[in-house]
Design a protein around this ligand. Structure first.
Ligand code: 13P
Length: 252
């Protein structure tokens, strides 16, 4: 099955609104001839509406990095799925390792966030990944399986039709160290089989499984050539439009 490549930039806690608009505008210009690849950027929540306006009518899609699962109320500092959607986002990152690591996000919270996102029609990008210690203890699949099955617990095939799964080994994020080709290949293959056993062959075939962790213009081609890798989630190298476009146009 042919899956459209998905290349996304996670800007994390970088850029003011104005800086985000500048980069997004520049990127949208550079992406004007892109047809076969879906490009998404996820600026900080505070910049969503501004960036939405800047990229309106272009080929670049908008995503958010986080939301809270409650619909509204006394949750100081949080934003709801509704707010994210109204600001113009189409995608939402859920369960990024930095959220899990620094903000104590559990698989249960991830599950509730996905439910909230689906409730307003946001497309979830479920981020999963093992730490170095977990890999060394040979617990990689155990961890990933739990993150996927608990994160997606209770959802039906229809609800998950727009799911993107992002495999980001924690030890490869922002370290300059990418996972080896064989490691990525094995994990992505494993994840596709897992989706088949948890849901259906059709869903497994259709779901894009993307890789994240020190993806750069220099290594993207090799990574994208791996079977079962359907795209990339890029942190640091997505902050600069000229650099990011060289990742997006990995095929020349
Ligand atoms: P880096 O590309 O900076 O390693 O970050 C990856 C990431 O966490 C994307 O979500």
């Amino acid at each position: 099955m042919k899956r459209q490549p998905f290349i996304a930039g996670n800007w994390k806690m970088n850029k003011t609104g104005q800086q985000a608009v500048e980069t997004a505008t520049q990127l949208a210009r550079l992406c004007s001839d892109i047809k076969d690849i879906e490009v998404m950027i996820a600026p900080a929540n505070l910049s969503l509406a501004l960036v939405a306006q800047a990229i309106q009518g272009t080929t670049v899609k908008l995503g958010a990095q986080n939301l809270y699962f409650e619909q509204q109320g006394a949750f100081t500092g949080e934003v709801s799925a509704d707010m994210v959607k109204a600001a113009g986002a189409e995608y939402i990152l859920v369960g990024h390792s930095e959220r899990r690591q620094y903000f104590g996000e559990t698989d249960e919270a991830v599950n509730r966030k996905i439910a909230a996102a689906l409730g307003v029609g946001l497309k979830p990008v479920l981020c999963i990944g093992e730490t170095l210690a977990q890999r060394k203890q040979e617990n990689t699949y155990l961890i990933l399986d739990k993150q996927v099955s608990d994160g997606l617990k209770g959802f039906g095939l229809e609800e998950l039709s727009n799911l993107v799964l992002a495999y980001e080994p924690v030890w490869a994020i922002g370290t300059g160290q990418t996972a080896g080709i064989e490691q990525v290949e094995a994990v992505h293959q494993h994840l596709r089989s897992l989706l088949e056993s948890l849901f259906s062959k059709d869903l497994a075939d259709r779901t894009r499984i993307v890789y994240g962790g020190s993806v750069k213009p220099e290594n993207v081609k090799k990574i994208m050539a791996i079977e079962d890798v359907d795209g990339a989630l890029v942190g640091g190298a997505s902050l600069d439009a000229d650099k990011f476009i060289n990742i997006i146009k990995y095929n020349g």
